[in-house]
Design a protein around this ligand. Structure first.
Ligand SMILES: C[S@@+](CC[C@H](N)C(=O)[O-])C[C@H]1O[C@@H](n2cnc3c(N)ncnc32)[C@H](O)[C@@H]1O
Length: 260
């Protein structure tokens, strides 16, 4: 059988649409992206009890983008987005989707329901989470999860040294110069390795929920192309700023001359 010809003329590469992915994804051609790497809203309905902790960067409170009315509505939303992701993913493409512990097992099943093959859950241990508070009688929220799935058998698998191929990664939450004004910004360190393993230079990576643009920055740093969506104009502006900073790095600060 001849190779499927894909019309890429309607694909705007290295572009992030300032709109909802729910509508936007429908406009992408079938089998047009090599990898899906994304971090959707987590539906943190339980986080209402942690209002007092709002100012800590790692505490998930009632996010403005978590406006779902029920668990069912949230899971249906994810299913609709993942159905489109399946359609636009090339055969042999991989997908990674971040989630919290509440929904990980539902998401494993949704990826299979829409046609992907579930592969593994990857665990990120945040070494500096907000500490457990005695009176809440709960463990600190120091883990986030990422579901890995594929459309058929993965075509690209750039194996790293075996000790880097665990389904576990440990690093602090995003801090310092990398940190932007986005409450759930992922560090590049927990994104780049997986993008490198599951795609090649020049490949197209889709992120329907760009947030502060971490997937785009990871793609630019590793010579991949990206397509994305971000519904919140404030976050869209942050992405633009991050890309500008990457293209125009600030000159290194001159060290003050030692006094003699
Ligand atoms: C968990 S955050 C992503 C954070 C990102 N990984 C980062 O490192 O900055 C989810 C993002 O999805 C956006 N979002 C929510 N619903 C959306 C939709 N329907 N279409 C596009 N973006 C959406 C939110 O505004 C939010 O910035």
């Amino acid at each position: 059988m001849g190779k499927l010809q894909i019309d890429h003329s309607s694909l705007k590469l290295n572009h992030i649409y300032k709109s909802s992915c729910a509508k936007g994804l429908k406009k992408l051609p079938d089998e047009s992206v090599d990898l899906i790497f994304t971090d959707p809203p987590y539906y943190q309905y339980r986080a209402q009890n942690v209002k007092g902790l709002k100012n800590h960067k790692d505490v998930v409170t009632e996010f403005e983008f978590d406006g779902f009315n029920s668990e069912e509505e949230y899971l249906q939303f994810l299913e609709d987005v993942l159905t489109e992701c399946y359609r636009v993913c090339k055969e042999g493409g991989s997908g990674y989707l971040w989630c919290g512990d509440d929904f990980v097992s539902y998401i494993n099943r949704i990826v299979e329901k829409v046609g992907f093959k579930f592969r593994k859950v990857i665990h990120w241990h945040k070494t500096n989470p907000f500490p457990a508070i005695h009176t809440r009688k709960m463990y600190a929220n120091s883990m986030e999860m990422m579901v890995h799935f594929s459309k058929g058998s993965p075509k690209t698998w750039n194996h790293k040294p075996v000790n880097e191929m665990h389904n576990f990664i440990q690093t602090p939450i995003c801090m310092g110069k990398e940190r932007k004004k986005h409450k759930t910004q992922k560090p590049l360190k927990v994104c780049i390795p997986y993008i490198e393993i599951s795609s090649n230079e020049g490949d197209i990576v889709l992120d329907p929920f760009m947030g502060s643009g971490t997937t785009a920055i990871a793609c630019l740093k590793t010579n991949r192309k990206y397509i994305g969506y971000e519904i919140n104009p404030e976050y869209h502006a942050i992405i633009k700023e991050r890309i500008y900073e990457l293209d125009n790095p600030a000159p290194p600060k001159k060290r003050a001359k030692p006094k003699v």
